[in-house]
Design a protein around this ligand. Structure first.
Ligand code: NDP
Length: 564
């Protein structure tokens, strides 16, 4: 008979059933959260199972329904629940195995559509990072020594398995982040698979430079992996951005210690399961979950992590740069944006309108590339505004599982409050809310905001200067090219911009003068993975994508040989 009385480690068959065979610590906390979220009917069902278990395992000590809520019963309840209702517990993935955090503590993970806790995240700390770095360091020699074909094959296996698990991953991403399932299925998950595939195959076609000194000397450039790469990613496109960093790091021959956002950790956890399933070499990819201030900074500060790739907010980027600079780490920072969407009066208006709807509100406006400041030339301002607002009002906000929903939930309560506080600020700054501007009521209980358009603000106000990162855009008229360029370039950010015009010369002229790392002409969010991706000014340092990423994750070494 398995022992079932220890509060810290459990090895009963029931635990194995509920937690996929992995020993679980701190089940007590987990059970308490589960109980909180259960209906009476579900509690009753659990009770029946508990009774049944009592006959099997005499060490159980409950006596009735009331005892389900006693501290002793907490220990056992999750072990008895059907797998479908069990609280999901995320684990770190270190050296090819799933591990609880050393602290034994877990953080609540919320479903933003319901506002309820649905899983637990390891509250890891520097000691877990230490284990991960140690594993990554040990794995570096063998991983970097593999042939490109071998590395590529391992990565293609991961890519293939992501595609095979598309439906499950898309559901998980939607539950974790609040985005519509259809979007995760169409954008996030396929792109995660593509990231692995793209870099796995890119390394097969790599080349480097050779400099001939008139036949007297020959220089050639070796591009070698650096060691353990630290990859830290945000919550808005969880698996998409996580793999966008991990894949080039691994393909170049580095090993990785990665941290997904603590707000959306689930698909990173599923990725670690995929690595296990496909037999990805142990220690090559390590995933440590937890808070940015603990896990993120421990990765950033670790002396054996010489290269950091970070995507997130500008303020966090500054903190990371401050930590990394004295250690002379190689740093790639993809940060915030306040992107202009410029609409000239000679544009294809229908196209500009429908694409602007997307570029304003896709992913609830939580894409760093969303155009949050719309500038419309005076000749078409009123027509654009009227039609745009009408279209925005038609956008359905609600259950992310529903295929006709355009906007799902905002990722967290804190972010929901932040976005709505900006609407209030905009009103104080003299703005007029043309539509939206408040919580979208649903019967789900989560955090939803109506898509919002605000007019009448000046360029220097905070609403037009600060990143809101939600379903809120401002709209303002302009007269001349020079004027709109001054507006567009007039923030501390410089990530992306969009220009709508049918004048080819103007398109090129304006694109050249925009202070952003990316310019889309008559389109938005068209991504070719070979192109450089990143921002200028406070939107970031360095570039991701294509060769830029592979170069970032390698160190160029010049070798010089005399020929005479
Ligand atoms: P944050 O900067 O808050 O967090 C990003 C990641 O950094 C998270 O994993 C976070 O962990 C971690 N982190 C937080 N503090 C530290 C620290 N001191 N040291 C190391 N890591 C830390 O960004 P958000 O997750 O809120 O993402 C939204 C932001 O990301 C927006 O500003 C958006 O513009 C930007 N972004 C930029 C993109 C680009 O390509 N330029 C693309 C997508 C988003 P935790 O979650 O635990 O806080």
């Amino acid at each position: 008979m398995p022992k079932n009385t220890n509060t810290d480690t459990h090895d009963s068959p029931f635990i194995k059933q509920s937690f996929s065979g992995r020993p679980v610590r701190r089940v007590r906390f987990c059970a308490r959260v589960i109980l909180r979220n259960f209906s009476d009917k579900e509690r009753d069902a659990s009770y029946v199972r508990l009774r049944w278990t009592h006959e099997v395992d005499s060490s159980l000590s409950f006596r009735g329904t009331r005892n389900l809520f006693s501290s002793k019963s907490y220990l056992r309840l999750p072990l008895l629940l059907p797998q479908t209702t069990a609280m999901q517990q995320i684990l770190n993935y270190i050296n090819g195995s799933f591990q609880p955090p050393n602290s034994g503590k877990y953080l609540d993970n919320y479903n933003p559509a319901t506002g309820e806790v649905y899983s637990l995240i390891p509250d890891s700390d520097a000691t877990d990072v230490e284990l991960a770095v140690k594993a990554a360091k040990a794995a570096f020699a063998s991983w970097s020594a593999l042939s490109r074909e071998e590395r590529s094959q391992h990565m293609l296996n991961v890519s293939r398995r992501i595609t095979e698990r598309l439906d499950e991953l898309a559901e998980a991403e939607s539950t974790d982040n609040g985005k519509p399932v259809w979007m995760a299925k169409r954008v996030d998950i396929p792109r995660a698979s593509d990231n692995f595939k793209f870099f796995a195959t890119a390394i097969l076609h790599d080349s480097s430079e050779l400099h001939d000194m008139d036949g007297k000397f020959l220089n050639y450039t070796l591009r070698q992996p650096i060691g353990v790469a630290g990859c830290i990613s945000p919550w808005n496109l969880p698996l998409y951005l996580f793999t966008w960093k991990i894949a080039p790091a691994l393909a170049s021959g580095n090993t990785v210690v990665a941290k997904p956002s603590e707000i959306t950790p689930m698909t990173a956890f599923l990725l670690s399961q995929i690595c296990e399933e496909v037999g990805f070499p142990k220690g090559v990819l390590n995933i440590v979950h937890g808070l940015g201030g603990k896990v993120g900074s421990a990765i950033t500060e670790h002396p054996d992590v010489p290269i950091i790739s970070f995507t997130g907010g500008t303020e966090t980027g500054k903190t990371i740069a401050r930590m990394a600079a004295p250690m002379f780490k190689k740093l790639s920072l993809e940060l915030g944006g306040k992107n202009p969407n410029i609409i000239f009066d000679d544009c294809d208006l229908d196209n500009a309108l429908s694409t602007s709807l997307n570029s304003s509100f896709a992913n609830q406006g939580q894409i760093c590339l969303c155009g949050s400041r719309i500038y419309v030339q005076k000749g078409i301002y009123n027509e654009f505004k009227t039609r745009f607002v009408e279209m925005v009002k038609q956008m359905k906000v609600g259950n992310p599982k529903s295929p006709d929903v355009k906007l799902g939930a905002i990722v967290s309560k804190a972010h929901f409050d932040k976005v709505l506080s900006y609407v209030e600020l905009a009103k104080q700054e003299g703005g007029t809310v043309l539509c939206g501007g408040k919580e979208a009521k649903t019967d789900l209980g989560g955090w939803f905001i109506e898509p919002t358009v605000i007019e009448g603000l000046d360029e220097q106000c905070r609403t037009n200067q600060e990143e809101i990162f939600g379903p809120v855009v401002t709209i303002q008229p302009f007269e001349t090219e020079e004027e709109v360029l001054a507006y567009a370039n007039g923030t501390k950010y410089g990530l992306a911009s969009t220009v709508w015009t049918s004048d080819l010369a103007r398109a090129h002229r304006v694109a050249a003068q925009l202070h952003t790392g990316i310019v889309w002409i008559n389109c938005w969010l068209i991504r070719d993975l070979r192109t450089p991706f990143g921002g200028v000014k406070q939107s970031g340092v360095g570039r991701e994508g294509g060769w830029e990423a592979l170069r970032f994750f390698t160190e160029p070494k010049n070798v010089c040989i005399p020929l005479q």
